[in-house]
Design a protein around this ligand. Sequence first.
Ligand code: BES
Ligand code: ZN
Length: 399
Amino acid sequence: MNFDLGGDLPAFVQYAAGQDRQPAPRQERAEDTPVWVSFSNEDIKGLGDAFYFKDQDAVFKNRNASVFLAKTSELGLLNGLMHAKYHKCAGFFTHSTPDSAKDDLQPPPVSASLAYTIDKKDQVEAMLKLAEEKGLTGTINSLSAFKNRYYTSVTGVDSSKWLQNRWKELAGGREDISVAAFKHSNWAQESVILTVQGASEPQKIIVLGGHMDSIARGGDNSVAPGADDNASGIAALTEAIRVLAASGYRPAKTLKFMAYAAEEVGLRGSQDIAATFKREGRQVDGVIQFDMTNYNGSAEDVFLITDHTNASQNAFLANLVRTYTDYKLGETRCGYACSDHASWTKNGFPASFPFEAKFSEDNPNIHSAKDTIAQSGGHSKHALKFAKLAIAYLVEMAK
Ligand code: BES
Ligand code: ZN
């Protein structure tokens, strides 16, 4: 590479290589053109004081990489530093626009070892035995007792607080489990995130989610029990959390259970969260969405939504169903970004969405005062299948 040298290259290089005490001062040139350079944060750490950009000078930064505004004449200097320390030719990337530099802050690709294997049979089967319908019915009844769970209403906020407390109770005294609100700047209802810290690969994240809000004509003042849409999805997640805690199971990767606010008004809560995870460069190895699980409207039990989802992970889910259950499988399409899985897909993460029925045979009472558990027979037998699928998914994904 042939760069114009903007600083005292030999002095910097000696310093970076650990052969000298003081780095040479940075020099500037009048004719310089701006250039954006991105480095991995690990490389920056290793360079120590020889790296003359300071953290606060970063134009963008996430947990993997940082972007700095440099001058063309400095590239030779940077190249020399990186070569002396890491024996890499360059080892950083240059960009002529900040947008192209920003692209370097994308989440890393999913880990190469993500092979979608099924080999935790004893663990899964032991946990499946603990899953109970009564837990699901309890959650559906508690959530649908709020007049509505609309994203701007008082009861919408109260229901989020209720769920935070319920999940905290289930976490018990475990130090590796925490519950936090994810606050959104434009509305009052908070999303809820329960995290089970991974025991050996905590930076790898598996997300199990569903929306907590409900909607019906009338907004803030509506009667919107949302028993199926989507107290039933939150119930499946809550039962999986209960079983996880009761069994003493500890995942290798980090599990995040998410109850999203404001789905019914344009997937707003999940978009906020997925975009934040992308911006922060987090490694999300898999996402599963539970939205409507308790209305048994079709001959088959579990339908995999094929659009706005990840085909490889869907195939893995189908294998989980065949391995651990006798549920009949179907496939169906929404035809549009119908739920929060689409927020993750849009941000580059592999997402799946197992659904209660064929799209055309789903619960006809949603988004009205009639979306009660009575419309699902007053029980949670169908939702229990999804709680079990959540358990099989989390154990086989978080290993
Ligand atoms: N639970 C529904 C999505 C759904 C409904 C999936 C019927 C499959 C069958 C979800 O809560 C919802 O209502 N989504 C909105 C779209 C969203 C972008 C506001 C919808 O479907 O209109
Ligand atoms: Zn819904």
